[in-house]
Every structure is written in C-alpha cells, then in structure tokens.
Design a protein around this ligand. Structure first.
Ligand SMILES: Cc1cc2nc3c(=O)[nH]c(=O)nc-3n(C[C@H](O)[C@H](O)[C@H](O)COP(=O)(O)OP(=O)(O)OC[C@H]3O[C@@H](n4cnc5c(N)ncnc54)[C@H](O)[C@@H]3O)c2cc1C
Length: 375
C-alpha cells in the first residue's frame, strides 16, 4: 500500500468509528470532564492505537505517516484525540530510548488502548525555555527521588504513566517514566477554557521515590530523548491543526451554501468565498508538508526543517480557516450550539502549544537559514 492509500484507508476506519462516537459525544464528554473512553475503545478495536508501532512488538506499522493520518482524520471529523497524540509521541521516545522491559511495560499496553501516557515538560517559571526547569531528581540507593512542579499537563488524570522531564546532574535533563499513582504525586486541575475531554493540571512531585528503571535512556541525555520525539510531535500536532482546519472549513462552506439573507447564498459573494478558498489552498499546502515531513522521518531522517515548517503552516492555515468560518457564520458563530466558537480555542492554542510558532520560526531562521540565534 502506498502512502496515499494508507492515509485514505485510515480515513475510512476513522469515519466508521466516528459514526458511533462523533462530535456530539465528544462535546458531551468535554462538558462533563470525562474521558472519551468508548471512542478510545472503538479506536483500539479498529486497530488505530496499533498504528505507528513496529509489527514485531504487536503494532501494525505505518510509521509517522499513519500516525499523522489518524490524527488528521479524527480531527477532521471533530473528535481530536489528545491523549492519542500525547501517547503517540511519548511512546516514540520510549521506543527509541527505552530498554526492552520499558517497551514491554509502557508501549505494548498502549497498542490495545489500555494504557495512555501524558507528557510533563512545562513548568510555571520556565515556560518555553525548558532548560530553565527546576524539577529535579536526586540519585539514591536503588533509584531516584523526584521533586518539583509541572503545569498545564494535559490528561494527567486520564493517563497511567507520565513521561517527566527533570534535571539530574547540574543542568542536564533526563526523562523518567512515572506511573501517575506513585505516592508523592498530587494534581490540581487548571481552569482552561477550551472544549476537549482532557483537562490540564498542575502536578507536584513531593519526594517521589522512583526505581532505577524509571530512567529513560542515558542519564543526562534526556534532552536528546526529548528532542528525538519532538519532530514526530510537531508532525502529529500539525495533523491535528490541519484536521480541525478542514473541519471548520467544511462547516463554513455548508453554511455559506444555505444562508441567504439577501436572497442569494452568501457563498456566492466573493468577499465570503475568497477567504474560504484561500483557507483551502493553505490547508492543502500544509498537508503536503506534513506528509513530506512524516515520510522523511519514516525513512530514518530527522526531518527537523520539514516537521517545524509543517507545524507552522498547518497551525496558521487552521487559524485562517476558523477565522473565515466565524466571519461566514456571522452572529451565529458566537452561539455555542452552532459549535463554531467551540472550535476556536483549540485551533488557536495550536499556534502556542506544544511549542509556539515563534520558536518554530527561530528554528527555521537558525537551522535552515543559518541566521544567528537571538535568545
Ligand atoms: C491547553 C494546554 C495544554 C497543554 N498541554 C501540555 C502538556 O500536556 N504537557 C506540557 O508539558 N505542557 C503543556 N502545555 C504547555 C504549553 O506547551 C506551553 O504553554 C507552551 O509551551 C508555552 O509556554 P508558556 O505558556 O510558558 O509561554 P511563555 O514561555 O511564557 O511564552 C509566552 C509567549 O512568548 C513568546 N516567546 C517565548 N519565547 C520566545 C522566544 N525565544 N522567541 C520569540 N518569542 C518567544 C511566544 O509568543 C509565547 O507564546 C499546555 C498548554 C495548554 C494551554
């Protein structure tokens, strides 16, 4: 199967899951702060959690192209599975840096959707500058003791395991695999105003005892472990933004064909049609870059330039698509029941998180154009 056929096949599977667990279900879960458990189960039954995992450990392969396709299509139908996204890049990090036991314990159970992984990097004071993090471990006999605080950790309550970035010796960062029920961990939900079933948490680590096997990869090399999965993360996040952009656009086009306050459908006015047409052009261009980045990555190359450009292009294109969709809907855009304004916070967020577009452009300026670093 070539990449186009693979992406289309995944689209068909996703639409089948979506027929049972669609946008209304997703929003109802979001309103109640409940995990979309049935959707995740249906995804697992349809083999979507196995996508991107090597066949020799029970996955169905397909690499980052297939993973991005799952994220694109589920977002396109209005049910972006955030914990799937987080788990997909966390498990890439474990696959690349973990021991066979860590892969067996943490990655294999994700194939059946039994286990989900959250990702804890951001800290209140460090923000974008992860190297300024203060969460740290102290080596002790037989393991480590972890202390510190993370914030904005999505799905911390719905995940079984958290991948935590912490300082080890001096300024070096290491990654730790931490079960979320380990004694000494407390969580407090943040009041984030978006419409998703995953909440964000401040998470405190108070003398959390970790066994030596919690360390992922070599001690002090966590930043390379973290960066290893970052290009995959950029691509999956780009696919998430892209799918939501197409979703917003489809809704706007349908409305523009129907709404006719002057007699003719508003979609016949170029002032309405052109922003929608432009959004389509930009989304399609971003899509090309996403699958180019994923194909490069799957071929064993780092694909840093393509992955960063894909994240930038897709999040900006999705931003333009939701803006055009809101303009097209006029006042109705602000009625939450129309479910247009409800799309906006998540699409807007994807220009800021998991990495803001300024940092993406910094990467392109320095690494692609060779310009001096400014920060
Ligand atoms: C809904 C949600 C979910 C999240 N989920 C997670 C999660 O699961 N795990 C996790 O670890 N984190 C998560 N985050 C945190 C997110 O990754 C951070 O908010 C993001 O990385 C930006 O950090 P900050 O908010 O501290 O912004 P700051 O670092 O304070 O930056 C603020 C702004 O300054 C600008 N800026 C910063 N640095 C530079 C620079 N060097 N050059 C140019 N401009 C710059 C950017 O415009 C940026 O938006 C989540 C956040 C939200 C809101």
């Amino acid at each position: 199967m070539n990449n186009d056929e693979l992406i289309d096949t995944i689209g068909d599977i996703v639409r089948d899951v979506n027929a049972r667990w669609g946008r209304d279900y997703y929003l109802e879960r979001a309103r109640n702060d409940e995990a979309p458990t049935e959707m995740y189960k249906a995804m697992a039954d349809a083999g979507l959690w196995a996508v991107g995992i090597p066949e020799d450990i029970g996955g169905s392969g397909g690499g980052l192209v297939a993973t991005a396709a799952v994220m694109e299509h589920l977002s396109r139908v209005g049910t972006p599975p955030m914990l799937y996204a987080l788990t997909s890049f966390a498990r890439q990090s474990i696959l690349r840096n973990g021991t066979p036991e860590q892969i067996q314990q943490c990655v294999v159970p994700t194939i059946s959707g039994e286990r989900m992984i959250s990702f804890a990097v951001t800290e209140p004071d460090a923000g974008t500058n992860s190297f300024a993090m203060r969460t740290a471990v102290k080596p002790v006999d037989g393991g480590f003791v972890l202390n510190g605080q993370k914030t904005f950790i999505s799905g911390a309550d719905q995940s079984d395991v958290m991948l935590v970035a912490a300082k080890t010796d001096g300024n070096n960062i290491s990654m730790f695999i931490v079960p979320t029920d380990t004694p000494g961990i407390t969580m407090q939900p943040l009041n984030i105003n978006w419409h998703a079933p995953e909440r964000q948490f401040s998470v405190w680590f108070d003398n959390v005892a970790l066994p030596a096997e919690a360390l992922l990869g070599a001690q002090g090399h966590g930043s390379s472990g973290m960066f290893d999965s970052m290009n995959a993360e950029r691509v999956v996040v780009a696919a998430w933004a892209l799918g939501l952009g197409y979703h917003a656009l489809e809704r706007a086009v349908a409305y523009a064909k129907e709404r006719a306050p002057w007699g003719a459908p508003i979609g016949s006015y170029q002032a309405v049609a052109h922003p929608l047409a432009k959004a389509r052009a930009h989304l399609d261009a971003a899509r090309g870059m996403i699958y180019r980045a994923a194909t490069e990555f799957d071929a064993g190359r780092k694909a840093g330039a393509e992955a960063n450009m894909a994240k930038y292009l897709a999040s900006e294109a999705a931003g333009a698509a939701i803006d055009a969709a809101m303009q097209t809907h006029g006042g109705s855009a602000f009625d939450a029941d129309t479910d247009v304004i409800t799309l906006w916070p998540m699409i807007r967020l994807l220009r800021i998180a998991p990495v803001n577009n300024e940092m993406i452009l910094n990467y392109v300026a320095e690494r692609v154009l060779g310009l001096p670093r400014s920060y």
